[in-house]
Ligand binder design. Structure first.
Ligand code: FCB
Length: 455
């Protein structure tokens, strides 16, 4: 369904439509106004880690183009902006000195949103850990959780009076497993023991962060953004079904379990518990404080089969073939139905609060055509199909309050550098010219329908 008026009519009048970005992916200005390096600066400057050895030095130059980018967000017709705060701008060494110019930048950002009638959804940690904290072990050190708590307090002290929502973490799955077990993201570790430490201390940091946020800004709704995996068995054999359940525990349960149930999955504890750090008394209570909302980042399903190899590490699965015929330019299968089953499954398993889709979108790399337009019809179709799923979820009674497109504009796509484009707006990295794509115009037409009823 690509008719924006028809699609809009399937959402409640007060549904939130927004766009999302993250600090390291768009800001650039990595050495300015007191910012110190993050683990992503170190990682991207190391050969062989990021495609083309791209780094975040300039990115979308958003740090210098804040006002025009806020105008662009306004032009996109949305009522909310999801952005992240760069810890190394605020507390450049992770602990110690607070850097006022860093706070000033986000002050301007938040005020600029307010002035334009745009609600602010801040994420405190979208992966740019101050590099100095690696001296203590980064996320494998318990002390990093307490450093995060202080950082959360400092940010809320300054911005809390004007934030409409705050999330502690973006996608712990990535900053834990992808970064410490699979080695794809900074700091590039491939080490189960390190990953299990990062898992527990990230969960702990989330809980400590919730405490700090509520202490300083009790009125700001607090949430956590998870890239929950829609795990689908490759066949209906018993082996693959059991493999999918193990994969669920490992990829989702490691985070949803402690946060929403106050416990790690039994299968994970049985298989890997002896390599986990000590879970101290009170940790799980801290981690499982009730949240006001949670955010789902969904792109693609995870199809798994049993890995019968002798001694295969938990969860002992291997990828199963795609079923969907459409694959985006980054190689991800398009399968909107998995978004439906995922939300149903998660609400069945856990006592979840209201939710937002905090990221959803597609990678297509087409550029500007001879007519000056970016014709990215497949991205438009992806949005239309997934938004249709969202409308159905709302109709079925799931407490889905809003949707954020990933992303406002093309940006630094982590290990893929600038070659993979997710924007509704095209960025020419030579000139920094922004061009709204066909999908962006379509999304604007949809977003402009909201809030409905008072226009
Ligand atoms: C998510 C990240 C986001 C972006 C998209 C494509 O995992 O949260 O920063 O890179 O994927």
């Amino acid at each position: 369904m690509t008719d924006t008026k028809m699609l809009a009519s399937r959402f409640p009048a007060d549904f939130t439509f927004g766009v999302a970005t993250a600090s390291f992916q768009i800001e650039g200005a990595t050495k300015e106004d007191g910012r110190k390096p993050s683990i992503w600066d170190a990682f991207s400057n190391m050969p062989g880690r990021v495609f083309g050895r791209h780094n975040g030095d300039v990115a979308c130059d958003h740090y210098h183009r804040l006002e025009e980018d806020l105008d662009l967000i306004k032009e996109m017709g949305v009522s909310a902006y999801r952005f992240s705060v760069a810890w190394p701008r605020i507390i450049p060494e992770g602990v110690g000195r607070v850097n006022e110019p860093g706070l000033d930048f986000y002050d301007r950002l938040v005020d600029g949103c307010k002035a334009r009638g745009i609600r602010t959804f801040a994420t405190l940690y979208h992966w740019d850990l101050p590099l100095a904290l690696m001296g203590d072990g980064g996320w494998t050190a318990r002390s990093t959780a307490y450093a995060f708590q202080r950082y959360a307090k400092v940010v809320m002290d300054r911005l809390g009076d004007r934030l409409d929502a705050v999330a502690t973490f973006n996608e712990p799955w990535c900053s834990v497993w992808l970064s410490h077990l699979y080695g794809v993201h900074a700091p590039g570790e491939r080490n189960m023991e390190a990953a299990l430490h990062a898992m527990h201390y990230t969960n702990l940091a989330h809980g400590l962060g919730v405490e700090a946020i509520r202490d300083v800004s009790p009125k700001v709704p607090v949430g956590l953004v998870l890239n929950a995996h829609s795990v689908i068995p490759g066949s209906d054999s018993e082996r693959d079904t059991a493999a999918a359940e193990r994969a669920f525990d490992f990829h989702n349960g490691a985070f949803f379990g402690p946060v929403f149930k106050g416990e790690y999955p039994a299968s994970l504890l049985n298989a890997l518990g002896d390599r986990m750090p000590k879970v101290e008394e009170g940790d799980l209570a801290t981690i499982s404080q009730k949240l006001d909302w949670w955010g789902l980042n969904y792109y693609t399903p995870m199809r798994v089969a049993d890995d019968a190899t002798e001694g295969a590490e938990f969860p002992a699965t291997r990828p199963a073939p795609f079923v969907g015929e459409t694959v985006t330019d980054i190689g991800w299968e398009v399968w909107p139905a998995a978004m439906t089953s995922l939300v149903e499954d998660l609400y069945r398993r856990y006592d979840l609060p209201e939710m937002y889709v905090t990221e959803n979108g597609a990678c297509y790399n087409m550029g500007i055509g001879a007519d000056g337009e970016v014709d990215d019809q497949p991205r438009l179709d992806y949005y239309a199909d997934h938004l249709s799923v969202c409308a159905d979820l709302v109709a079925s009674g799931y407490p889905l309050r809003g949707y954020f497109a990933w992303s406002l504009m093309d940006n630094f796509e982590w290990a893929e550098g600038y070659r993979m484009r997710f924007g509704l707006v095209h960025v020419d990295y030579e000139t920094q010219v922004r061009t709204v794509k066909k999908s962006g115009k379509w999304y604007r037409d949809l977003a402009l329908e909201f809030p409905r009823g008072n226009q």
